[in-house]
Design a protein around this ligand. Sequence first.
Ligand code: GNR
Ligand code: NI
Length: 173
Amino acid sequence: MAILPIIELPDPRLRLVSEPVPAVDAAVRQLMDDMLDTMYDAPGIGLAAIQVAVPKRVLVIDVAKEDAPPAPLCVANPEIVWASDEKNVYQEGCLSIPEYYEDVERPQKVRVRFLNRDGQIQEIEADGLLATCFQHEIDHLNGVLFIDHLSRLKRDRVQKKFVKAARLRGGDE
Ligand code: GNR
Ligand code: NI
């Protein structure tokens, strides 16, 4: 059990394209478990490995309501094999862009194929918040952040705010 530090904008590692894992071995399962601990601690409903500075195509999700039992999903090498034409708007946030929230439009439903924690191929048809979360996390694996789906004005404003905050904090100390 380990809570890992979460990297934040403007850390350039958030822009890396993560590498597929060759298989779900003990090390990948350990990473998934540490990511779940980190996500629940934050708290968040999803986390991509690059957010804990690991450039592998691994993510975890749990969109269960607070009063419901936990429903963790451990995902490696996900592929969106189908997306609906219908779109949905959710107010998104990101643990790597703290305290910033904005509406993002994405396909309402997606079918995702991935390797689960047992290394088996699994497919899920996700709807609503789960579909949004899968797309947000898969974006991270490709170096894409939710602010990339906003207008350039909004994105530049957020980027500048975080660059300035990092400078005041002592950026690369
Ligand atoms: O905790 C999170 N909440 C959230 C809300 C709406 C859409 C996406 C998310 S994911 C986010 C955690 C995170 O940054 N995952 O990468
Ligand atoms: Ni995020």
